[in-house]
Design a protein around this ligand. Structure first.
Ligand SMILES: CC(C)CCC[C@@H](C)[C@H]1CC[C@H]2[C@@H]3CC=C4C[C@@H](O)CC[C@]4(C)[C@H]3CC[C@]12C
Length: 270
């Protein structure tokens, strides 16, 4: 109904609009943009209603929808980078089967892909890497602290992450502000993320604010065995600062190996 009324109004006012000038014209343009905006949000709300909460009507603020959209978009982009199987170069092959490959993606830069098999179920990994992400510093010494600043629905969070001084050796301490979006299914989980900028959370004095993403972790149950999962992590990070690229590109895959080592140790403690 609403779009029909809007269209009718537009039709009636079209001849007048054409003869308008200056401020009038600007005002009409702004109203037009607002209407498009309203329509856009309505569509997202409709979509969210279908997927996240099929029965209950939850009030989702525009603010939250922004984070959800941003997170979904990051996840989509990162997954499509991983789906393109061409052009990956092997960087490191470990004896335990872990493999890190890299690829230069135009417009994005060099990204790294770690593939490993972990002795844990999809649920356990989802819990550890998304639901209880704030506890990561307890088992990962590369992380100094992770704080969930906002929760936008059950699948999306805004986080502030600070790496430890020793993480990435030469690289030095960094902080990140990211939106993280997850998509959990029965035998797989997708964790996507990307940097965001918030006026309410400007870069901290003394830290170099790095930018993460689009990035993602894909966890899939191995067919034969649900206590084992395949773990694929796309690391795509602009760590900023003044370091030469060669040093950064040596450090990043190392941080991926460190991460999996600490994660395995944490899993063995259960
Ligand atoms: C290179 C130097 C500066 C940084 C090293 C620290 C790195 C390894 C740390 C800092 C912040 C960390 C991230 C913080 C939060 C998440 C979200 C979670 O769902 C998956 C892991 C992931 C994505 C972490 C991966 C490791 C991480 C990127």
């Amino acid at each position: 109904m609403m779009p029909a009324v809007v269209k009718l109004c537009c039709g009636i006012s079209y001849p007048h609009l054409r003869s308008m000038s200056g401020l009038h014209r600007t005002a009409v343009a702004v109203i037009g943009q607002e209407i498009t905006h309203m329509k856009h949000w309505a569509q997202i709300k409709h979509h969210m209603g279908k997927h996240a909460e099929p029965k209950t009507e939850v009030a989702v603020s525009e603010d939250q929808l922004f984070y959800i959209q941003h997170g979904k978009e990051a996840l989509r982009k990162a997954v499509s980078m991983l789906e393109d199987r061409d052009g990956w170069k092997v960087e490191i092959k470990e004896n335990n089967g872990d493999v890190i490959c890299s690829k230069v993606i135009p417009g994005t830069g060099k990204v790294f892909r770690l593939e490993a098999v972990l002795e844990a179920s999809v649920d356990d990994l989802y819990d550890l890497l998304f639901v209880r992400v704030e506890e990561m510093h307890q088992w990962n010494p590369s992380v100094q602290h992770i704080k969930v600043l906002k929760q936008a629905g059950p699948e999306t969070i805004v986080t502030h992450e600070v790496s430890a001084e020793t993480a990435g050796n030469f690289i030095g301490q960094r902080d990140f502000l990211s939106v993280r979006h997850s998509c959990k299914q029965k035998s797989s989980a997708y964790l996507g993320g990307a940097a965001i900028r918030l006026e309410s959370f400007p870069p901290q004095a003394g830290f170099v604010r790095a930018e993460d993403g689009p990035t993602c972790i894909i966890i899939k149950a191995l067919d034969e065995d649900t206590t084992k999962s395949s773990f694929t992590w796309l690391l795509n990070m602009d760590i900023k600062g003044w370091l030469p690229k060669s040093i950064i590109y040596q450090g990043l895959p190392r941080t991926q190996l460190d991460f999996t080592r600490h994660l395995r140790k944490r899993l063995s403690l259960r």
